[in-house]
Structure formats: structure tokens, C-alpha cells
Design a protein around this ligand. Sequence first.
Ligand SMILES: Nc1nc2c(ncn2[C@@H]2O[C@H](COP(=O)(O)OP(=O)(O)OP(=O)(O)O)[C@@H](O)[C@H]2O)c(=O)[nH]1
Ligand SMILES: [Mg+2]
Length: 364
Amino acid sequence: MGTKLGLVGLPNAGKSTLFNALTAAHAAVAPYPFTTIDQHVGVAQVADPRLDALAACLAPQQIIPTSIEFVDIAGLVKGAHQGEGLGNQFLSHILGVDAILHVVRGFEDPNVAHPMGEADPLRDIEVVHTELLLKDLEVVERRTEKEHKLAKGGDKQAVTLTGHLERWHAALAKGQPIRHLGLAPEAHPRSFGIELLSAKPVLYAVNIGEDGQRSSGWVEQIRQLAQREGAEVVVFCAKLEAELVELEAADRAEMMRELGVTESALPQVIRRGYALLRLVTFFTTASNILQAWTVRSGTKAPQAAGTIHTDFERHFIRAEVIQAEQLVQCGSEAAARAQGVLRLEGKEYAVQDGDVVHFKIGQA
Ligand SMILES: Nc1nc2c(ncn2[C@@H]2O[C@H](COP(=O)(O)OP(=O)(O)OP(=O)(O)O)[C@@H](O)[C@H]2O)c(=O)[nH]1
Ligand SMILES: [Mg+2]
């Protein structure tokens, strides 16, 4: 499973600048609104010190890190659902994302117009939230109409779904995002194949100014908001980040030191995003290829095998497991086996973060 994050925010918030910094891409960035019209999709590799340590120890032929995907879309403005700005049709571009990376403008720059005049991150957040809710209302209303007809015709599934749709509609109409309803998996829109934007977890990406000073009060307020909502926050200066990503590693490290930047945006987004989505990483070493994989915490061994190859889930027999750190200590898989520290796990084993797994698969 590749993890996918969708960048959402007002025009000129710095979405494309951040996208470029995260994916080392060159999407158009300009000081006027609606620079982005068509969506951009980019991929970033997930750096992992455990992968590096395993690589040094096992000297595999090939090393494949796990990756995270980003979708940069057009800016939203107040009234987008009524067609203001570019409207909100493009919100469908972020259907299929696992979480929303909500880019909040926390910088002031007279050369970069703010679509609402003054910088005011909390108001901006509210505007974006409202547009996402209204988009969901649109989807729910359209679907309700369809399901009503089916329900009248005696379709039992449609009757059940209509009940859920009514509950979702009531929440959205009150301004409550679906993710705040604490829905059980079987009552979640996803289980009916319905994608609602306000059901997705949110990671606030606060784009602070180059000086970082003026924004500090805002950052605190956004952190408090996120805490109330169960969301996560990352803070960075997109403009500096986009410059840093263009540099060679050594120059980048030096410039970061000079600027006092302790962690760049990508590792922050990955760390917070993994926490938000409760993701874990496991490793495989088959065919002399060391590869990192991402699954949701709690994923059982057969389903984890299924992310490698769909057939593997069905033909799963057992897994040989060892923690990456332990394998590095042993020096090789043969040594680990000789020392009897490889664990044998069955179908009910939930893969743990940092596991190195060898799946035993039966014949098709
Ligand atoms: N001063 C300053 N300017 C920034 C920062 N981040 C982005 N900008 C500038 O803001 C302008 C808009 O940035 P974009 O990345 O194009 O913004 P966007 O959110 O993608 O905008 P749309 O595609 O129009 O929705 C550009 O001129 C950027 O150089 C920052 O941290 N500080
Ligand atoms: Mg853009």
C-alpha cells in the first residue's frame, strides 16, 4: 500500500512550493492565485535509518525504500462550492488520498497577495474546512437521492445506507466533519465505497515566514486546534525548503545549520503522517532485494504479504520474523537462524514496526 496525501489550502498558501520541496519536483509556483490548475502527483522516498543499517549489514543487490505520494491541487476560496475561484470540482482530484495535508499560510509577504487580504491562519483554516464540508454535503445529497429511489423499490442495502446518509448529512449540515463522529468501521462511508473529504484525517502544514517570528503565536493556536481535533501539525518555511531540496546533501546540511532548521519538511510530514494514519514499516529481503513496506498498524501477516503480491495473501503459510535491530546485531539471517532468534509466526500475527519478515508462501 502506498500512502497518499493530498495538499489542500487557499491560493498562494504555498502548496506547490511545499509539493516541490517534498518531491523535488518543479511544479509552477507564482505570487498570484490559481497558479495550479491541473493536479500534480509526486512521490517521495521514505528515509529510514533501519533500512540503512540493514543495507550495511546484508549488502543486498538492490535496496527499495517505501514511498509516500503527494497530490498538489488548485487553491480553494470562500464560496468555491458556488463556483467562486476555480470552483471545487478539482477536489475530486484528491479522492483516494489517505489523509489531507492542509497547507496553512503563516507567512506575510506584500509581494504575495492573500486572497482574503490580511494573513489570518485560523480564519483560513475555517474557510477551507467549510468548503470541504460543502463538497461532502453535495456528495451526500446526490447519493441520498439515488438511494431513496432504490429504497422505495425495496432494496434492503439502500434502506440501510439511507439511514447512514441521513446521519452524515445531519452532522455536515451542523458543520461537523465526518471524522469527528467516531464511526465504527462498518458505519464509515468508506465501507460503502463513499469517499467523503471530511472523513479523512488532517495534517496541518503551517507555512511560516522566513523569519519564523511573527507566526509563532499562530503556530501555537493551530497546535491547540489540532489537539482538540486529533489532528497533527508540521511547521516549516516552504520557500526555504524548496531551496534546500535543490542543494547537494552536504551543502543542505550546512545551510540548515546556518538557518537553524533542525528538521526539514519531508521527514516531519512522514513522521506525523505515519503517526496520524497509524502506519508501520516492515522489511523483506527475498531474492537479495532489501525492501521497505508500509502497512496500517494491526495488519496481520497474510494481509502484509498481500501488499507484496495479491496471491501471497491466499497462499500464506507462515512468516519468519525478526526485528531489524536484532538482525543487524546477529550480522546475517543465517547467523540469526543459527542462534534461534528467528520467530515463526502464523496467520494471526500482527506485523510490528521494524520487523524483517520472510513469508513462507504455498503453491498456487
Ligand atoms: N515569503 C514567502 N513566500 C512564500 C513562501 N512559500 C511560498 N511563497 C510564495 O508564495 C507564492 C505562492 O506560492 P505557491 O506555492 O504557488 O502557492 P499555491 O498554494 O500553490 O497557490 P495556487 O496554486 O495558486 O493555489 C509564490 O510566489 C511563492 O514563492 C514562504 O514561506 N515565504
Ligand atoms: Mg499551486
